[in-house]
Write a protein that binds this ligand. Structure first.
Ligand code: ADP
Ligand code: MG
Length: 377
């Protein structure tokens, strides 16, 4: 079990699998065309690493470039524009995704609607389906590696862990990001008799992403990493947080078919795209204009106007007194507080089934929590 703890959390990472190797992504401009681009700079200085490490970084970067060249051109996959090498760096040039990571977008929004989630997941699954049709496994699907372009369309990036499988080939390496690791990756690293894992690990990660987008917190999480890994291996997660009350049974069904510990019965990308969660809305999403839709927009607009007018008449004046007495009861302020808390504490704020987010702002509650923490450690 010791090697389980050596995985690096790649979030915002400067770390590759091999320690001490760093890469950084910067915005840049093409001198001739003035086009704005992104460049991933990978350091390969002999001073900081051993000869063996140097070779490893070079081969793994070459592999990344090879995969990127194979997959570019798909509308939901990042385009590698160019790559070159100097004595001390390797440069990979990409089109610039100005709106950054899906991770940051989610942190800002806290949770996404089912509609927006559907749009993102459909594009992601189409990208995964394409990769798998080429026998490529991504192995590091997570919101940090899904980028948004100017129009808000997603593009899958970071092929640093990707490999192309030979027919019948199975993988054994322990790599990826802890919270997104499929159970069979963990089992395989602990059991030499395990047959190894394959493409299915990407669909597990898609399940984790889908859950996270809707709940605002990940399905598998524990303060102690070992315990988190155990819940993953057992496939233990729950739809108990309040967000799930308003979510459809259809999407819960899809999640439960992706987060299946047995990879042989887990949905494939193609099957997932055929799930009712996507199928039942296909027509609506495609047909942007229809008389029925226009009529509905009209009705909704009229109702909204009526509601606004009556609110305006009933509105309580927002006094300093109300604000001081119970700020969390005011909808606008509540959203603001939640947003701030989320930005500071990240996804784990809302973890723990009964956690009331208002409690974060009551110091007494915090002391109780601290007491508990002392107790169980
Ligand atoms: P790493 O292997 O270090 O995770 P990534 O390729 O994932 O490297 O890049 C790290 C981060 O850099 C991404 O999570 C993203 O925030 C940013 N980034 C990468 N490529 C682009 C791009 N084309 N446009 C904008 N930001 C990017
Ligand atoms: Mg990354």
């Amino acid at each position: 079990s010791k090697n389980i703890l050596t995985i690096y959390n790649k979030h915002k990472s400067e770390l590759y699998v091999n320690e001490g190797v760093s890469s950084v992504v910067r915005r840049c401009v093409h001198r001739h065309t003035a086009q704005e681009l992104a460049v991933k700079i990978i350091e390969i200085t002999a001073e900081k690493m051993t000869v063996q490490q140097l070779e490893e970084v070079k081969t793994s970067t070459l592999k990344e470039v090879h995969v990127l060249n194979m997959v570019k051109g798909h509308s939901s996959i990042i385009t590698l524009i160019d790559s070159y090498e100097s004595a001390t760096f390797i440069f990979l040039v990409f089109d610039l995704m100005r709106r950054g990571e899906l991770f940051d977008y989610l942190t800002e929004k806290v949770t996404l609607s089912e509609k927006e989630t559907r749009c993102i997941m459909r594009a992601l699954l189409e990208a995964v389906q394409y990769l798998h049709s080429l026998n490529i496994v991504h192995r590091d699907l997570k919101p940090e590696n899904i980028l948004l372009d100017d129009q808000g369309h997603i593009k899958l990036s970071d092929f640093g862990f990707s490999v192309q499988l030979q027919p019948g080939e199975k993988l054994r390496e322990l790599c990826g990001t802890p919270g997104y690791l499929a159970p069979e990756i963990l089992k395989c690293s602990m059991d030499e008799m395990h047959p190894g894992y394959g493409k299915e690990v990407d669909l597990w990660a898609c399940g984790v992403i889908l859950f996270t987008l809707l709940a605002g917190s990940p399905p598998f999480w524990h303060r102690k990493q070992m315990l988190m890994l155990r819940t993953i291996m057992e496939g233990r997660y729950q739809f108990t947080s309040p967000e799930w009350d308003d979510r459809s049974d259809t999407v819960k069904d899809l999640i439960s078919r992706l987060l299946v510990t047995d990879p042989t019965i887990r949905l494939t990308a193609e099957q997932a795209l055929g799930h009712p969660f996507f199928r039942q809305y296909q027509k609506e999403d495609v047909r942007l204009f229809s008389p029925r839709k226009s009529f509905r927009v009209l009705i909704v607009t009229v109702l909204a106007c009526i509601r606004m007018y009556s609110r305006y008449r009933r509105a309580r004046p927002l006094t300093r007194d109300v604000l001081a007495r119970d700020p969390y009861s005011l909808r606008g302020v509540r959203k603001l507080i939640d947003g701030c808390a989320f930005r500071i504490y990240g996804h784990w704020v809302k973890k723990g089934e009964q956690q009331n987010r208002a409690a974060l702002f009551q110091n007494t509650a915090k002391i109780v929590l601290l007491g508990l923490e002392d107790f169980d450690s």
